[in-house]
Design a protein around this ligand. Structure first.
Ligand code: ADP
Ligand code: MG
Length: 693
């Protein structure tokens, strides 16, 4: 029997043994074509050499590898019961392999009894412990190999695939094997500079789905083989090519050319209360070059907390506002909008009359007046929140949009604003430093300016980590600062600002009671995401003015809030925050000229939190945060917008990404073939590139 070779783009339904239920399960998982199927790699490889004969197991003796133990055996003596004391469902079985036996137990997973059968070959991964009947493995992960004791496992490595609904891992493996046998891959889309030391695509797929016995077990599991690099390179190259194309398209769009003159330069200078740092000067020059180029600017301004992004934003907005255009600054919260408006007013002096605040919480009449001023062009500096693009805002002549803390805005909202103002220049400011590889992936088409220098005279912030039982040290610091006439932030966690409505405010209420007990004579305000904007503004104002000494808050104060007299911050349950988030919080103190203090209280994750004690370099902290939590968490789930790579990993493959980017620029300069263009189109859909900014 012979089959015609199948192209990668074939539907998976061409494979034998794929009935409607199984096909639907694949579809559900986004596996539609042979390509999708083959690029869904095993989640783990079991090395036969790592199997422990059951007779050789002992609690000690694996000094080199005390962690997870892998065993293979036949199920005997399977039973379900209920524990006597706590009435938990108990599933237990005896695994035997001819050399000995091991007891496996699970608590509270009664459904296991239905999937496990006597006589099944079971592969189990877990840690050993000593129970009443000797050695046992509690709650191990497992895979059922073939029924009736056959394993079908003849080679050194066994690739394991995740079950997809009714589709078991073993069936997936068979489908993949059939796919590999029938697929035909004609072209190599990678340029030679990337593919030089790599196996070709089909060879790479074979190596990863059916690893030869001489493969390196560790590299396989870590995704660090030439075969992985081949597949990752294809994804990353397609991604970079897509970004480069989009950028090329933008370069061809006519942008509004903002005029400049000596008079304008003098005017801008008059807004500056201090000398720009070298980094601010350089970044602003890059922005000026864009604004005067006649092309549309799309730039990311990155900088550590306190590096002075606001001032650079103001100068950029002033470029357009003082030459007859309108500029808008978008921020995530009303607190921030008010604060930015206030600091802009200070900088702008007389020109401040051209500034207009636009907030979702405005009274109807007030909002009408604001909208009229924006529509007439009288408002040249517009500062606002999401209201800016959620409502019917018409600009007279919008030339520049500055988005603060961009990753909190979705791509769609951004497009909506774009539609209102034709094709304005874009400046995106990130709240936290973003590692370069990730910035590339998320803001691929943005040019970057980096503020890698803090304004002079900044004192390092003393950072300490306390166990809960030593929290008194933190409160002592607060007491000392208050005695000096300074103010304090106390932060309690909330899972996610957007969830705050659902989450109980227990932590913050308990903390409020505690603070009132420790500091009975000190004024205290509490702010959290459940407050109405008006109420929030009133409470914040009482802290900003110095009327109260302590502000107890959830992460609503994370972004931007500027109170130079606040010299100490205490974060409770610090383990519930990401490192970058903590660094961002820390940036709320140390804004004045006196030494500030940052105290974290946490009973766990000491090692991770120690990073903050060790360094104040936001880029280093961000990189560590990214490595520990991965890109999705780094940005928070809501900001998804990351390309959907199947094999490439933005942390592991970061240097590969940079190489692919350079290669993509060169490939584009040479011009793409028709075949390449088609391939790219398919990949763009697969990676969901349209959703990236
Ligand atoms: P961020 O980058 O975190 O948004 P900000 O723009 O809020 O930083 O600036 C932090 C503080 O530094 C502000 O109080 C601001 O007035 C001050 N600042 C900004 N630029 C300079 C400068 N060139 N020299 C001195 N202080 C500056
Ligand atoms: Mg800021």
């Amino acid at each position: 029997m012979s089959f015609a070779a199948l192209p990668l783009a074939s539907k998976v339904t061409v494979l034998r043994g794929l009935g409607p239920a199984r096909a639907a399960a694949l579809q559900e998982a986004g596996i539609d074509t042979l390509r999708d199927l083959l690029w869904s790699l095993p989640y783990r490889y079991v090395d036969r050499g790592s199997l422990r004969p059951l007779g050789s197991l002992e609690l000690r003796g694996f000094e080199s590898d005390p962690g997870i133990v892998t065993v293979l055996g036949t199920i005997q003596d399977l039973r379900q019961s209920t524990t006597r004391v706590q009435h938990m469902a108990l599933t237990e079985l005896l695994l035997t392999d001819g050399t000995g036996s091991l007891r496996l137990i699970w608590f509270n997973q009664p459904y296991l009894g239905r999937s496990l059968k006597m006589g099944d070959k079971l592969l189990a991964f877990g840690t050993l412990s000593l129970g009443r009947h000797g050695l046992e493995m509690r709650g191990p992960q497992f895979e059922i190999l073939d029924r009736q004791g056959e394993t079908g496992w003849v080679k050194r490595f066994l690739p394991l695939y995740r079950r997809l609904g009714p589709l078991s891992g073993a069936v997936r493996q068979k489908l993949v094997q059939e796919g590999l046998g029938r697929v035909h891959i004609a072209e190599d889309w990678l340029p030679l500079e990337l593919s030089r030391d790599l196996p070709d695509t089909l060879a790479a797929l074979r190596l990863l789905h059916d690893p030869p016995d001489d493969s390196e077990a560790l590299s396989l599991d870590e995704g660090d083989t030439p075969a992985h690099r081949r597949l990752a390179s294809e994804e990353l190259f397609a991604f970079c090519l897509g970004v480069a194309l989009r950028r090329a398209g933008r370069m061809q769009r006519k942008g509004l050319r903002v005029p400049t003159s000596p008079v304008l330069r003098e005017k801008l200078k008059s807004f500056l209360p201090f000398h720009l740092t070298g980094a601010q000067r350089r970044s602003f020059q890059e922005i000026v070059a864009d604004l005067t180029s006649g092309r549309v600017m799309n730039r990311l301004l990155q900088g550590d907390v306190g590096s002075g992004k606001t001032l650079v934003a103001l100068l950029s907005l002033a470029m357009v506002a003082e030459t007859g255009g309108q500029g808008a600054l978008l921020v995530p919260t009303e607190v921030l909008a008010r604060q930015h408006a206030a600091s802009f007013r200070r900088y702008l002096g007389e020109e401040a009359e051209g500034l207009q605040l636009l907030l979702g919480g405005m009274k109807a009449a007030e909002k009408r007046a604001a909208l009229a001023r924006i529509a007439s062009g009288e408002a040249r500096y517009v500062v606002g929140t999401h209201a800016l693009f959620q409502e019917a805002v018409a600009f007279h002549h919008l030339q520049l949009v500055v988005v603060d803390e961009q990753h909190r805005f979705g791509v769609k909202q951004r497009e909506a604003l774009k539609e209102k103002g034709g094709d304005p220049h874009w400046l995106v400011m990130s709240a936290t430093p973003i590692p370069r590889s990730l910035a590339l992936a998320v803001f691929g088409d943005l040019d970057q300016s980096v503020l890698d220098e803090l304004p002079p005279g900044r004192q390092p912030i003393t950072t300490r980590l306390h166990k809960p039982e030593a929290a008194e040290r933190a409160w002592e610091q607060v007491r000392r600062e208050l005695a000096e006439g300074r103010q304090a932030f106390v932060v309690s966690p909330s899972i996610d600002p957007s969830d705050e409505g659902k989450v109980q405010l227990r932590d913050i209420q308990a903390m409020e009671a505690l603070l009132r007990a420790i500091f009975p004579d000190v004024g205290l305000e509490v702010v959290h995401g459940r407050l109405k904007p008006d109420e929030m503004a009133v409470r914040m104002a009482r802290f900003v003015s110095g009327e109260v000494g302590i502000l107890l808050a959830t992460t609503v104060i994370e972004v931007g809030v500027d109170v130079p007299n606040a010299t100490v911050m205490v974060v409770d349950h610090a383990e519930r925050f990401g490192l970058s988030q903590l660094h961002q919080l820390r940036g709320r103190v140390g804004r004045g000229s006196v030494r500030s203090h940052f105290h974290m209280i946490s009973g766990s994750e000491t090692e991770r939190l120690q990073t903050l004690v060790e360094t104040q370099d936001g880029f280093r902290i961000a990189q560590r945060d990214l490595e520990l939590r991965g890109p999705g968490e780094f940005f928070g789930v809501r900001q998804a917008g990351l390309p959907k790579f199947q094999v490439a990993d933005l942390v592991r493959d970061r240097s590969l990404l940079l190489r692919c980017r350079e290669a993509a620029d060169r490939a584009l300069a040479l011009g793409l073939s028709e075949g390449q263009t088609e391939w790219l189109k398919r990949e763009q859909v697969r990676l969901r590139l349209a959703e990236i900014s």
